[in-house]
Design a protein. Structure first.
Length: 234
């Protein structure tokens, strides 16, 4: 597929448990198209997060390849993989992982500060991103002074401040109540559109998955494509 930003070829992941091998999935092949919002669904323990970690160069497969453009992610050593992640990817997890001793503004700026960006410039851009997620008035608050939804919006701004090509979100609404989860998902999808992102969303919420462009389901170690509209009717 000419517009694929990620390509998965014959992917297999096996964990050694004592004397036995636990096959999470095998013979997995698919593309992630540039600019699409792709949901990955499946039962608990099916391997959704494992797959996201492989796509994001956070783990290595037992067999097969993950390509990001012309780059074979499996060929990268740890330092190169870290550089790739910092340049190309933004991550949002179920837990926000904000640094409690820093303000929301400083938390958002952290990726730029770590990369050596001038502090004034990093904080300026962090302020712009807090405005994007509707938290300009909470810039000086520390994470403990923010609600769960606000913390996750700060984490989203932090994930996007370095302008990654791909946003990877692993159950980003899993710890939130229904109304707050809906608001965070709507924000993710709005930023996806407005900033021309490619977004991968691991979720157990089929209603949320149905709002993505495409849905892949992991079942019994295999991958199947699901019509989003069929999830909406389920």
């Amino acid at each position: 597929m000419s517009n694929a930003i990620l390509r998965v070829e014959n992917l297999k992941k096996v964990y050694r448990t004592g004397k036995h091998d636990l096959v999470i999935f095998s013979d997995m092949n698919f593309d992630v198209r540039a600019g699409e919002a792709l949901a990955i669904v499946g039962e608990s323990g099916s391997g959704k997060s494992t797959l996201l970690h492989l796509l994001g160069a956070l783990d290595r497969p037992t067999a097969g390849k993950v390509w990001f453009g012309a780059t074979d992610l499996n060929s990268l050593d740890d330092e190169a993989a870290a550089g790739f992640r910092n340049r190309e990817l933004g991550y949002v997890w179920q837990f926000h992982y904000l640094l409690p001793e820093f303000s929301a503004l400083e938390n958002v700026a952290m990726p730029l500060l770590i990369s050596g960006t001038d502090r004034a410039e990093a904080l300026k851009r962090a302020g712009q991103w807090l405005n994007e997620v509707g938290l300009a008035d909470r810039a000086e608050h520390r994470p403990g002074e923010l609600s769960g939804g606000e913390q996750q919006r700060v984490a989203l701004a932090r994930a996007l401040i370095a302008q990654p090509k791909v946003l990877m979100a692993d159950e980003p609404t899993g710890d939130l109540d229904g109304k707050t989860a809906e608001a965070v998902l709507a924000l993710i999808l709005r930023l996806h559109r407005e900033h021309g992102l490619t977004s991968l969303l691991v979720t157990h919420n089929l209603d949320f998955a149905a709002r993505c462009d495409r849905v892949l389901r992991i079942r019994d170690g295999r991958l199947e494509e699901v019509n989003p509209s069929s999830l909406a009717r389920a």
